[in-house]
Every structure is written in C-alpha cells, then in structure tokens.
Design a protein around this ligand. Structure first.
Ligand SMILES: NC(=O)c1ccc[n+]([C@@H]2O[C@H](COP(=O)([O-])OP(=O)(O)OC[C@H]3O[C@@H](n4cnc5c(N)ncnc54)[C@H](OP(=O)(O)O)[C@@H]3O)[C@@H](O)[C@H]2O)c1
Length: 248
C-alpha cells in the first residue's frame, strides 16, 4: 500500500488493462470502487473473487457516454470510500478502424464523451473533493501512444487521447498547489480481448513487426507501472506521459 493513497476510483475495470489494475491493487489492499458498462456477470464475479482477499471492493454500472450520470458515480464512490485518494481514468470505447471519410460526427462525439468528457468531469469532482491535502493525491489517465502519433483509420479515437494528455499538462500545473499529481500512462499495443477479436490477423502481424520488442505488451505490465506511479516513491513524477510500448 502507498503511504498517501488508500482509496481508488477506477473506470472500466471489467476487462483488459483496467481489470489487471483492479486485481493488482486489490491484492495490495487498496479500497476500490470500479466501474463497468454492460457486463454484470463479469463485474459480480470480480467482486466476489476479490472480496475473498479484500472486502473493500465495490462495483458500479455506468454508461460514461451519458456524462450526466457521472456525478452520481462520484457520490457513490465517496459514500463507499469516504475520501478518494486516487482516480484512474481508464474506460474507453474500443473502436474498429474506420476510413476518415466514412466517420459519422455522432460517432466521434460519442467517443469524445466516453473517453474524454467523462474523465474531465471525474477529474473536476476529484479536485473539488480534494481541496486540502496533507499528502499527494493522484489522477492517472490511461491514454495511448496514438495520442502522439495519431491513428491511421483511428481518427475518431486518437484525438480523444490527445485531449486527455493535454488536459494532464495543464491540470498538473494547476492542481500542484493542492498536492494533486496528474499523469498519463500511454500504452502501445496491449494484448487484450478486443485487440485479438477485432483486428485482422494480417494487421496483427504487421503491428508486431513494427514493435522493436517484437511482441505486444500485456495488461499486467501496465498494471505494474500504475502501481509504481501511485506509490509515494514516484511522488516527483508529475504532469508527464509514461509510455509503455516495447519501444514503438
Ligand atoms: N488494448 C490496447 O492495446 C490499448 C492501447 C492503448 C491504450 N489503451 C487504452 O487503455 C484503456 C483500457 O483499454 P482495454 O483495451 O483494456 O479496454 P477493454 O478491454 O475494451 O475494456 C474497456 C472497459 O471500459 C468499459 N466501457 C466500455 N464502454 C463504456 C461506456 N460507454 N461507459 C462506461 N464504461 C465503458 C468496459 O465495460 P464492459 O466490460 O461492461 O463492457 C470495460 O470495463 C483504454 O483507455 C484504451 O483506450 C488500450
């Protein structure tokens, strides 16, 4: 456990990177509220399994596209955890490649709502509820290397992550006086259920050959990085993006 952080709110923890972060931090003894979108059975199983080692794990079902639902989520998390020391904005709507010319604006707006505006509002609520801190509190945004390099046929997705990274820059400077750190973790290609299901095999092979480490990352590696970043040993790291991408 971290000296400064006991309680965590993490979005989108029923699969992939979020699930690995939730599992690791539960085993470390943090009190956690996690969110999910649709998969009740998966969320319930996670709570039941994790409660065997840590009784302070709570789930909350929310469609983050509906930004008006977010205040209720925060209220729930505060009720369960009393205070929230760390916010991890992880949930995102996974999208398939789409040609720029065929992208409906409504779809782009939907992604911006889930990936960016939800994280924006949660960060705002976090800042409001952590106005006076003796010890450092932390916001971690899970972005993507696509924020820096753009995404071919991912022009609906990559800018949502670029917006997040830019928010982090300004927020970290604005909130430092309140002892709130803001950081981005930018994964490259991570081997998750969506990636394997939704990318063509030929694309997967092309991707691997473009990664200097010649493999995809795994979600446990991202979870280990997040665990390090919320520890007080990393307290001097602020307002920056840590990339985890096998060198790509
Ligand atoms: N995987 C990669 O290669 C990769 C690379 C770079 C960055 N990232 C970033 O890493 C983060 C996690 O990615 P992942 O691949 O691990 O994700 P994932 O396996 O697709 O999991 C997404 C999570 O978000 C939830 N979610 C989806 N739509 C939602 C909505 N409308 N409202 C609320 N929650 C919603 C899902 O809930 P349900 O399970 O209930 O549907 C699930 O818990 C994302 O921010 C992603 O952009 C991933």
């Amino acid at each position: 456990m971290s000296k400064n952080i006991n309680t965590i709110l993490i979005t989108g923890a029923t699969s992939g990177i979020g699930k690995s972060i939730l599992e690791l931090l539960s085993f470390k003894g943090f009190k956690i509220v996690f969110t999910y979108y649709k998969r009740d059975k998966v969320a319930n199983k996670l709570v039941n399994d994790l409660k065997k080692v840590n009784k302070n794990i709570y789930s909350y079902k929310i469609n983050l596209e509906r930004n008006e639902n977010i205040d209720k989520l925060f209220k729930f998390a505060k009720k369960k955890l009393k205070s929230i020391d760390c916010l991890i904005n992880n949930a995102a709507f996974f999208v398939q490649r789409k040609k720029f010319e065929t992208l409906p604006l409504s779809h782009v707006k939907q992604l911006m709502n889930i990936n960016y505006f939800a994280a924006f509002r949660l960060s705002q609520l976090f800042a409001i509820s952590n106005r006076k801190n003796k010890n450092w509190k932390t916001i971690i945004n899970i972005t993507s290397t696509a924020a820096k390099y753009g995404g071919v046929e991912f022009t609906h997705y990559a800018p949502t992550k670029a917006a997040m990274e830019n928010l982090t820059k300004g927020l970290s400077r604005e909130l430092a006086s309140k002892k709130i750190r803001v950081l981005n973790v930018a994964p490259g290609v991570i081997d998750t259920r969506n990636l394997l299901k939704k990318e063509k095999k030929s694309n997967l092979n092309k991707m691997i050959s473009s990664i200097p480490s010649k493999r995809f990352g795994n979600s446990e590696e991202v979870a280990n990085l997040v665990n390090y970043l919320i520890d007080e040993k990393s307290e001097y790291i602020n307002g920056t993006t840590i990339t985890i991408s096998g060198g790509r």
